[in-house]
Design a binder for this molecule. Structure first.
Ligand SMILES: [Zn+2]
Length: 262
């Protein structure tokens, strides 16, 4: 499932392929991807404009145009982008196809349709309307601490709640907690100032390392837990057997030796 690092890689891909070309056509191949937008509103907003830049907030991506509207994309569970020379090369499950002057196309693909394509005139208003928390990668240490301090519940539930902090999902939450040596079920209220500082540092480090590796697991640091996620291997730090548990009904991987419960 695309989390902040994946969406950042998609954003860079979008920048590298799809800027500064006039949009000639927008084809919505499955309207379920639109939620509140309509095919007509998407086409009216985008045809004849060019994409000029992008920004990201959490798991949302916004593409600015040389006109008023911005394109909004959310990648859900299975979304990705594919830039193709020929519309026949579009991947299966393409939901929206943007066709540029010059003949190339950008396909927004999402097999399970849990993502979203929309338009907005104001990304900040869009973020506020959805009550999204600050972007996980942009948060400074003091703001990070202020947001989490005094909250109830388990640390993993808080850092994966998009209304608290935007961008972290199940996989990267497990990684950040592993690198911070904090048990995923620890109550936020029990964490010290030092724990929160470490959690902030590791949030930055883990997200940066994943972006640097272009989310290719084989290129991520050897000490990363997520390299072991499918293989069921030992703890990359201490060699103990890893364990799983459920937090907010999500499967959670951790090392009982490195991340003690109390
Ligand atoms: Zn360990």
């Amino acid at each position: 499932m695309p989390e902040l690092p994946d969406v950042e890689v998609f954003r860079r891909y979008f920048d590298a392929t799809s800027l500064k070309q006039k949009i000639e056509q927008v084809d919505v191949l499955d309207k379920r991807i639109l939620e509140e937008a309509t095919e007509n509103s998407l086409r009216a907003a985008l045809i004849g404009t060019t994409f000029t830049g992008t920004r990201r907030h959490g798991k949302f991506m916004f593409a600015e145009t040389d006109s008023e509207p911005w394109l909004v994309l959310h990648y859900g569970m299975t979304g990705f982008l594919s830039y193709v020379r020929n519309s026949e090369e579009q991947p299966s499950h393409t939901r929206v196809l943007f066709s540029f002057e010059g003949g190339n196309h950008l396909a927004f693909v999402d097999q399970r349709i849990l993502g979203l394509a929309s338009v907005t005139t104001d990304p900040d208003a869009f973020i506020a309307e959805r009550d999204l928390g600050p972007d996980a990668f942009a948060l400074k240490p003091a703001a990070f601490r202020d947001i989490l301090q005094g909250r109830r519940g388990a640390v993993k539930s808080a850092i994966t709640n998009q209304n608290v902090i935007s961008g972290i999902g199940n996989i990267y939450a497990d990684e950040i907690l592993f690198q911070s040596k904090i048990h995923p079920k620890r109550a936020l209220a029990e964490l010290s100032g030092g724990d929160l500082k470490k959690l902030h540092q590791q949030t930055r480090k883990v997200l940066q390392a994943a972006i640097d590796a272009e989310v290719d697991v084989d290129r991520m640091p050897k000490r990363f837990l997520l390299r072991q996620r499918d293989s069921g291997g030992p703890c990359p730090r201490c060699g103990s057997e890893l364990a799983t548990t459920k937090v907010s009904s999500r499967t959670t991987l951790y090392c009982p030796a490195c991340q003690p419960e109390a």
